[in-house]
Design a protein around this ligand. Structure first.
Ligand code: AP5
Length: 214
């Protein structure tokens, strides 16, 4: 199964991607996670990306397409993958289309997760992530058992630099201007399905399974 999870920042793409991976044995490919790893390790990729990410701006298309090109057909995802946070612009979607054509591959699903901006700002402001294993929590909807500590590895929890309120607003504007045109792009070329993502993580997961299991 090969699918794209499309949707605004903080709508729950990462949260749902992990659940779908557990259900179907597919692999999550998150450009955001790959870039954050690069920033943390100080790699050339991380150095290129850091300034854009801290302001909530998109990393240039050529950098992202290079990164995805190296990852997508690496043969380590026999049951398929979920693209989380990619593509994010029309040139990225066109680049992906060409990669699929060149490799005789086909996308199975494009799921659009949708929730209103005020709910998204609340979710992102309360997000905390583990410094060590990257597990994502939410102080309101998915709090850790011990304040400030990861349930899984006991690592410290931190707030992402781009989850400050001003930066969240910038990310939402960028989504509207640069990523939302993909809804039209995929409505014309693929079977894009919209998923109500306003409910709890469990409810959104059920909504997604309805689409995937028919
Ligand atoms: P990226 O990491 O992809 O960020 P994003 O798309 O902005 O998405 P998020 O990770 O913020 O949110 P999410 O939808 O995964 O929500 P989550 O599940 O965590 O990108 C970061 C940056 O990297 C970009 O700004 C850009 O600079 C760069 N970048 C990445 N890809 C790029 C690309 N292709 N091109 C160019 N630049 C790129 O949930 C959010 C919170 O809500 C969590 O706390 C969670 O616990 C909680 N939550 C989730 N679902 C629910 C629910 N149903 N109910 C209640 N709480 C919920």
């Amino acid at each position: 199964m090969k699918m794209i999870l499309l949707g605004p920042p903080g709508v729950g793409k990462g949260t749902q991607a992990q659940r779908i991976c557990d259900d179907f044995g597919v692999v999550q490919i998150s450009t955001g996670d790959m870039l954050r790893k690069g920033v943390k390790e100080g790699t050339p990729l991380g150095k290129k990306a850091e300034g854009f990410m801290s302001k909530g701006e998109l990393v240039p298309d050529d950098v992202i397409l290079g990164l995805i090109g190296e990852t997508l057909f690496a043969d380590d995802a026999p049951k398929g993958y979920i693209l989380d946070g990619f593509p994010r612009t029309v040139p990225q979607a066109e680049g992906l289309k060409k990669m699929f054509e060149d490799n005789n591959e086909k996308l199975d699903y494009v799921l659009l997760l949708e929730a209103p901006s005020d709910l998204i700002v609340k979710r992102l402001s309360a997000r905390r992530s583990c410094k060590k294993c990257n597990k994502v929590y939410n102080l309101v909807s998915m709090p850790p058992k011990t304040e400030g500590k990861c349930d899984v590895c006991d690592g410290s929890l931190y707030q992402r630099v781009d989850d400050k309120e001003e930066t969240i607003k910038n990310r939402l504007d960028i989504y509207k201007n640069q990523t939302e045109p993909l809804v039209d792009f995929y409505s014309k070329t693929e079977n894009l399905v919209s998923v109500d993502s306003t409910g709890s993580p469990e409810e959104v997961h059920k909504n997604i399974l309805k689409v995937l299991k028919g």
